[in-house]
Design a protein around this ligand. Structure first.
Ligand code: FE2
Ligand code: FE2
Length: 228
């Protein structure tokens, strides 16, 4: 049994939005994901850190979720800024059940236990949100969701998963960083950064948390093993 993380699969098997327009790094990315996942086993768990499907609703994302469901192992998904298909937990669970999708669960206002660890997370906040007109209310909602998830760990050691980087060259989100420190998060994995922005990613220990970027193109579409 092993734990993996990867973000930003950016699938579009129904909507047909080719990702190789974002550069040669994305060429053939669906096949490469399939090949990398084929080395995983059924009892493994992969956390998918947002931007999973380009579909704008359930119908538009169904083939993407069927693809994910066919990949070996269980998957835990959190919300990215492009997941327009995202809905209430009850509706998402019904959508999966109605379509016989059995390997996908949701990380949102909750946490999942993995061995002695708690897996916590939410979408998070990034400066781009401010640029697109989002306000303090949205930031505080995200911080609240993160705290709800961290509290659900009930004292277990925490691995946190965010879509947005809480820190970046020239940027910090103090409200999110403070919560990660307060709840003594050991390791934090995030996605969202693509192509040339990888250069500005911050990895390694900052404060008492170890940060790692796991966006799919950064990992060359190979899920990162976090725990055995
Ligand atoms: Fe994103
Ligand atoms: Fe993305």
């Amino acid at each position: 049994m092993a734990l993996y993380a990867i973000g930003d699969l950016h699938l579009s098997l129904t909507t047909n939005k080719p990702m190789d327009i974002f550069g040669p790094g994305w060429t053939d990315h669906v096949r490469r994901l399939e090949e990398a996942f084929s080395r995983l086993e059924e009892e493994d768990l992969t956390v998918l850190c947002g931007d999973t499907s380009w579909g704008i609703d359930f119908a538009g994302s169904l083939e993407d979720f069927r693809f994910i469901d066919r990949l070996p192992g269980k998957k835990l998904i959190l919300k990215g800024n492009h997941d327009y298909w995202w809905n209430t937990a009850a509706k998402m669970k019904k959508f999966f059940a109605d379509n016989a999708i059995t390997t996908i669960d949701i990380l949102h206002n909750n946490c999942r236990f993995y061995g002695e660890y708690a897996l916590c997370g939410t979408r998070g906040w990034f400066y781009e949100e401010e640029q697109s007109g989002h306000n303090e209310k949205v930031l505080h909602r995200e911080v609240g969701r993160l705290e709800t998830s961290l509290k659900a760990a009930e004292g277990r050691p925490i691995l946190a998963f965010l879509h947005y980087p809480p820190l970046y060259t020239g940027y910090r989100c103090p409200e999110i960083l403070q919560k990660l420190e307060e709840y003594q998060v050991r390791r934090c994995f995030y996605g969202h950064l693509h192509g040339p922005t990888h250069r500005r990613a911050i990895e390694g220990t900052v404060g008492s948390v170890d940060y790692r970027l796991v966006s799919a193109d950064y990992l060359q579409f190979v899920p990162k093993k976090i725990l055995d």
